[in-house]
Design a protein around this ligand. Sequence first.
Ligand SMILES: [Zn+2]
Length: 410
Amino acid sequence: MRTMTPKCKRHSSMILKSCKLHKFVLAYTRGANNSGAGGLGCEILKNLALSGFKDIHVIDMDTIDVSNLNRQFLFRASDVGKPKATVAASFVMSRVKDVTITPYYGAIQDKDQEYYMQFKLVICGLDSVEARRWINATLVDMVDIDNPESLKPLIDGGTEGFKGQSRVILPTLTSCYECSLDMLTPQTAVPLCTLATIPRQPAHCVEWASILEWPRVFEDKKLDNDDPEHVQWIYEQALHRAQEFNISGVTYSLTQGVIKNIIPAIASTNAIIAASCCNEALKIATGANPYLNNYMMYIGNEGVYTHTFEHEKKDDCPVCGNLATDFAVDPEWTLEEFIDRLKEQPEVQIKKPTLVTERRRLYYQGPPQLNEQTRPNLEKKMRDLVDNREEIAITDPGLPFSLRLNVIFS
Ligand SMILES: [Zn+2]
């Protein structure tokens, strides 16, 4: 049993101001979509500096967009186009005395374990599952049981509209990000028949226009979500359909939101979650009070509600557990069907998997020769390819580790 305490005993009674030894890394990388975790990053950086943290590194791969200015308060109109990390760092340093903030404009994945080893803790305000999985797997992998300093607490904050969460992850000791991947809300798709026959909500009308009408009218032209003319067309069709069914609420910005899958970023949610994250950072750094164990949820949709619970470690977690995950498989499935089922699993989250067992190559995405060699397997039945309880190792560009699945024939 590993017993390590992440608390810095030497500094437990000191105030942070004199605690220059602590280094913190803060990553607030935005992903490909527009749901804006940069707002969380601004809040976290400002809170850390004002709480007395002295040495902070900030990583962000994004540049400032004009649409960020309504909530990402460290940026001004003249900063549009500049890297967020650099601008945020110099803004906070100009306002808060004696803090050193080192920006890095790039992805968290650019940095290696040696880089992360220099910090006392890592705070994430990421908006991409992929980046979170990567930093989580990296920090778990860094833990060396003979070196307590190698355990870097990870504080993870996230927001989505009026909802948010903050959590404290002690890699290898508590449940990790990967352990809770099945809590992610699956994309709720509206059945096509609803869209085609009786829409009930304004969003249904927009989806009808983009999923059904666009391909019907413009057979060969792909819908470009960023082309204002395309969005305008979708908006007009959706509005027309909404009027037919007496549905109100179709607007241009709703249309944009639905087709781009945008969840609005809300400044107050960011402020609450960032405050919680920084509170935990302060407690971990100073030992002033017990820290969160280990998951806090905030739900602000219909009132103000928070709930704290201990998310349990999964023995078969592919990152911090040591057992292969059991996966029920119908022996009659083809390999292709098996892969499709895998892709639907919220706790797996893979897109282009390569699959192998100890004794054979099941399917390779590349290189071309291996892909060609293994492609015929896609049509073969699972019972002809693997045995009951045989282990399949899965790698995927989106997976920062290799996943082990135990095939359980049902
Ligand atoms: Zn785990």
